[in-house]
Ligand binder design. Structure first.
Ligand SMILES: C[S@@+](CC[C@H](N)C(=O)[O-])C[C@H]1O[C@@H](n2cnc3c(N)ncnc32)[C@H](O)[C@@H]1O
Length: 258
């Protein structure tokens, strides 16, 4: 199937069963509380609603990533500029907003279909001063507000699940690293099909990919969950290797007139 710029799987029981196996329970809409195994003293309250897309419920990689960020990065995230990709209802980003005392408002991003749910969950947790919801379609040029924000921490939980979207997600990750070569991407996904590892191969070509320490790794590895950081490849002197900007002008330059 050809990938259109904002391609993501159409939502429905059939696509869910094909694309996010094993078949998740199609929960009725409602609120859940998440503490990330006690990492949050005040639980994160999330509305789950699958009517507009699979991001309307929480996924295992989002839980692992949220817990990892709270457990190991709480302090350094306070003054970070954080952007979440494929946020769905905002599981990971809102956990950080609640638990890390962030100083600048972090950006939850997803497709248009998830916008209302992200906004709803920001309100549900009273973190309007700590988080915003925005539309960011993978593979499309970064929105101006993202370019201006220049995030240095990118969160992506359970964003590897639909093969035609892999190049789009990869393009967005490359664009974000070009935008800020010092950015760190925290990336967690559950391998459901062999093809999912293709994404890791693509990532290894583009970035430095590291499996980071987490004392839960033996447990989540058994469930085929992977947790990585992606950072810019660096040359011997430690400087980020220069990258070609993702968006280049296609107009023929006119010779300068003297
Ligand atoms: C499986 S959900 C994960 C939600 C959440 N991060 C979690 O871990 O619970 C994947 C998310 O990626 C988003 N997504 C899929 N394709 C996308 C695209 N082309 N552009 C932006 N977001 C996309 C979906 O809308 C969905 O919210």
């Amino acid at each position: 199937m050809a990938a259109s710029p904002s391609h993501s799987p159409p939502f429905g029981a059939i696509h869910i069963s094909e694309d996010l196996t094993p078949l998740p329970q199609l929960k009725p809409a409602g609120n859940i509380d998440v503490t990330f195994d006690g990492q949050l003293s005040r639980p994160l309250r999330l509305r789950e609603d699958l009517r507009t897309g699979c991001g309307g419920q929480t996924w295992p990689a989002g839980i692992v990533l949220g817990k990892h960020m709270l457990r190991y990065h709480r302090h350094e995230l306070q003054d970070a500029r954080i952007l979440e990709l494929g946020a769905g209802g905002g599981l990971v980003g809102l956990a950080v907003a609640l638990g890390c005392g962030v100083e600048s408002r972090l950006m939850l991003t997803d497709q248009d279909e998830m916008f209302e749910l992200m906004k709803h969950n920001i309100g549900l947790n009273n973190v309007e001063d700590k988080a915003t919801a925005s539309i960011l379609n993978w593979g499309e040029p970064l929105p101006q507000e993202v370019v201006d924000y220049k995030p240095n921490v990118i969160l992506a939980g359970e964003c590897v699940y639909f093969e035609p979207a892999f190049p789009l997600l990869m393009q967005t990750l490359k664009d974000l690293i070009v935008l800020n070569p010092n950015a760190v991407v925290y990336f967690c996904f559950k391998k459901r099909r062999r093809a999912d590892m293709q994404f890791v191969k693509m990532a290894k070509k583009a970035f430095t990919v590291e499996e980071i320490f987490d004392e839960d790794r033996p447990v989540f590895s058994r469930e085929s969950l992977f947790l990585f950081t992606f950072t810019a490849k660096r040359n011997k002197g430690g400087a980020p290797q220069s990258k070609t900007p993702a968006v280049v002008s296609t107009t023929t330059p006119t010779p300068p007139t003297s």
